[in-house]
Design a protein around this ligand. Structure first.
Ligand code: IPD
Ligand code: CA
Ligand code: CA
Length: 274
């Protein structure tokens, strides 16, 4: 694989930005006007016309600029050659539950994996008009200004974020015990309902760390680039290299990484919270 030049990465970043802005306009247009909200399978796993139309807008932009690239989009699945070195991972509306309740924490998330590694990421929250962009070696920005992770080094002084996957009622590996334990050890653990914005908030230093399980590549690919380019660290729970397909991620400001990893590996059972 030939690593793209910085100029090529910048072009991909601008394509992702164009697509995210178009999708964001659609999310704004549907805001408060949804006629139906469907469940996709698991209880609470929602899909709306806004998800579908926003995804169609992203696909249209990508087809226009990079028709040779493959796509993995939440609502459409895999499009194009499985073996393509270029794979766009798209969540047209990350935070659908929030959106359906008119709770304005939701975003378009567009990542580009090159030979399996996330290298370009754009996350756009149209309700706060916050545009997060990053590409490997080019840094990370919020509304075009450089961002950096926080400097918090003490886990007990950190503010974290996490979330719960839609299979949470079907498995005891549902992150409830981790959430309680880390709430006890830190200044707090938030649950925003948008994995991509959780990663963006770690990247811009509002939050010090994020972990979650049961995630899909479209939830995290863009955010991984943001956190890494903002000076943070992204790994598996145990600190080993991240495997995106595992659905488990630990992303921090790098300072609290080892301690948070250690605590995640020794979470006491829920029954101990009496
Ligand atoms: C969900 C959000 C949420 C996370 C879930 C995701 P969706 O994505 O990112 O924060 O906890 O696991 O599935 O369904 O709103 O696109
Ligand atoms: Ca999502
Ligand atoms: Ca989604």
């Amino acid at each position: 694989m030939n690593q793209p030049t910085p100029e090529q990465l910048q072009i991909f970043l601008d394509i992702a930005t164009e697509a995210a802005m178009e999708a964001g306009t659609i999310l704004q247009a549907y805001w408060g006007k949804l006629e139906t909200v469907e469940e996709k399978g698991r209880p609470g796993d929602l899909v709306t016309a806004a998800d579908k139309d926003a995804e169609a807008a992203v696909l249209k932009v990508l087809r226009r600029h990079v028709p040779e690239h493959s796509i993995l989009a939440e609502e459409s699945g895999q499009i194009g050659d499985d073996n393509s070195e270029y794979l766009w991972a798209i969540d047209p509306l990350d935070g659908t539950t929030n959106y359906a309740h008119q709770y304005p924490i939701a975003a378009v998330s567009i990542g580009l994996l090159i030979a399996g590694m996330p290298q370009v990421g754009v996350i756009y929250n149209p309700f706060r008009e916050e545009l997060f962009r990053a590409a490997k070696g080019l840094g990370a920005t919020r509304n075009r200004r450089p961002i950096q992770v926080s400097k918090t080094s003490d886990l007990s002084k950190s503010l974290l974020v996490s979330g719960f996957a839609y299979d949470r009622r079907e498995t005891s590996d549902n992150n409830y015990a981790e959430f309680c334990y880390l709430t006890h050890l830190t200044q707090g653990v938030r649950r925003s309902g948008s994995a991509s914005l959780d990663l963006a908030d770690v990247a811009c230093g509002r939050l010090d760390g994020y972990w979650e399980r049961g995630l899909s590549p479209w939830d995290i690919s863009a955010g991984i680039v943001l956190v890494e380019e903002a000076g943070g660290k992204v790994t598996a729970y145990n600190g080993s290299p991240l495997v995106i397909a595992s659905g488990r991620i630990l992303a921090t400001n790098s300072q609290i990484h080892d301690n948070l990893s250690k605590e995640l590996l020794q979470v006491p059972p829920l029954s101990s919270w009496k």
